[in-house]
Design a protein around this ligand. Structure first.
Ligand code: IFM
Length: 432
């Protein structure tokens, strides 16, 4: 069997975010969860019954209001040493996590030394296990004092964020090389300010555009701050990139694709320009256009009803290659409680990534989303993204088979070449 080898020093990691795993946070999301839990539970049939192939198995949990309260989450705040032991057991060479702004600066200008120490311990634990830390400075949650002043709609949040970032980078600059300023700005702008699903649930084109621009400017503002504190730091932004493809090459379809690509790729990265050392790519979605968006065939879908489409990551990389920056796949994963698709999805996607590298994309690492099952925002705990399964009643951890498969890939620094019997993939390849 042929092996497709990855470059020497390629990073093999997994990602988490503070609010989704730590437990006991107190921020704008925790307040929102308390207010919305009942409504989210009642609304679950409308949102998931038709789209989720596992509705019968998850409906009990999805219609329970406790599903929507992050609470103790995975208790990773206290159990991080044991979780990192598992990560090391799998052979991971990197770990991406986020720092919770509301812990570090619970009140404006007041920094909590104990919490700063906590993340120092976490960094120490990552290093002690021979892993490289990738630190996200903002993964969606805001301290209450920031959200009370209008969150990202308020231009002053850029100033507040810069102050927090300067403090954090000063504290950890000797332990961290890779900084991610913000995670998936486009998801927050879209879900919170355009669709009105996430806090603060506004539905306004003006707010959406304003938040989009403020977030881009927040990245632009902190880039030089981080570099001034540590000129060796590598500073990147993580966005979610969608593969837009067209069903028929009609003019309208091509126009829609160009507009979507311009907005999704070129607008933000163009405005960020040179204030960027690497691009973080989160890949979850393929979106087929046929006179409008989302005309996917959905031959195979995850528990969330999202199409499983590994071929897309190749196209996303092809587009991102044009920006001539190192690329890290900072998230890639699937909600798959029964662990039916995860191993194959990792394999198929890594073949696509390998192909991109062989065509010149400078991809330097892959982080699976996620290390642990975790709190999936407005969907709660039922979607299972983890390499490691969590029993939330006992906080027991169990390594999934797909994680053992990933461990083999890491050990070999390679994935096996194609299994051509797979129909879905053969179709994907036919489209490339
Ligand atoms: O869980 C999220 C994560 O917080 C950001 N990227 C997408 C993941 C899956 O929805």
């Amino acid at each position: 069997m042929n092996l497709l080898e990855f470059p020497k020093n390629f990073l093999w990691g997994a990602s988490t975010s503070a609010h989704q795993v730590e437990g006991n946070n107190h921020n704008d999301w925790t307040e929102w969860e308390k207010k919305q839990a009942e409504h989210l539970a009642a609304d679950a049939p409308r949102r998931f019954e038709k789209t989720s192939p596992v509705w019968e198995q998850i409906k009990h949990q999805a219609t329970d209001k406790n599903n929507y309260i992050s609470g103790l989450a995975c208790d990773h705040y206290r159990r991080f040493e044991a979780d990192l032991d598992l990560a090391k057991q799998l052979g991971l060479t990197a770990y991406r996590f986020s720092i919770e702004w509301s812990r570090i600066e619970p009140k404006q200008g007041q920094f909590n030394e104990q919490e700063i120490e906590h993340y120092r311990e976490l960094l120490k634990a990552i290093k002690a296990r021979g892993m490289v830390p990738f630190v996200t400075l903002w993964h969606w949650t805001l301290p209450l004092w920031v959200s009370e002043q209008g969150g990202w709609r308020n231009r002053r949040t850029i100033e507040y964020f810069s102050h927090y970032v300067a403090h954090v980078v000063e504290a950890y600059k000797n332990d961290v090389k890779y900084w991610v300023t913000t995670n998936e700005q486009e998801s927050v702008a879209g879900e919170a300010y355009f669709l009105g699903h996430w806090p603060p649930q506004q539905r306004s084109l003006l707010s959406y555009l304003r938040v989009t621009n403020n977030l881009i400017d927040a990245h632009r503002a902190v880039y030089p701050i981080i570099k001034a504190l540590d000129s060796d730091a590598e500073v990147g932004i993580v966005n979610g990139y969608v593969y837009f493809d067209v069903e028929h090459r009609r003019a309208l379809n091509r126009l829609l694709k160009s507009v979507a690509n311009w907005w999704g790729y070129y607008y933000s990265l163009g405005r960020i320009g040179r204030r960027l050392d690497f691009i973080g790519l989160n890949y979850y979605f393929h979106n087929r256009i046929n006179y409008w968006f989302s005309r996917n065939t959905n031959e195979q879908v995850s528990d969330l009803g999202w199409e499983i489409y590994p071929g897309g990551i190749y196209h996303v990389l092809k587009l991102l290659k044009r920006f001539k920056k190192p690329i890290y796949i900072t998230e890639h994963g699937v909600a798959d409680g029964k662990d039916k698709y995860r191993a194959k999805y990792i394999d198929d996607s890594l073949r696509q990534i390998h192909r991109s590298i062989s065509e010149g994309a400078d991809v330097r690492g892959y982080f699976h989303w996620s290390l642990l099952d975790n709190f999936e925002w407005d969907k709660g705990f039922w979607p299972r993204f983890g390499l490691i399964e969590i029993d939330y009643a006992t906080q027991e951890r169990k390594i999934r088979d797909s994680a053992l498969h990933y461990a083999e890939i890491i050990k070999a620094n390679a994935v096996t070449s194609n299994d051509l019997n797979n129909l879905t993939r053969r179709k994907n390849y036919a489209r490339l």
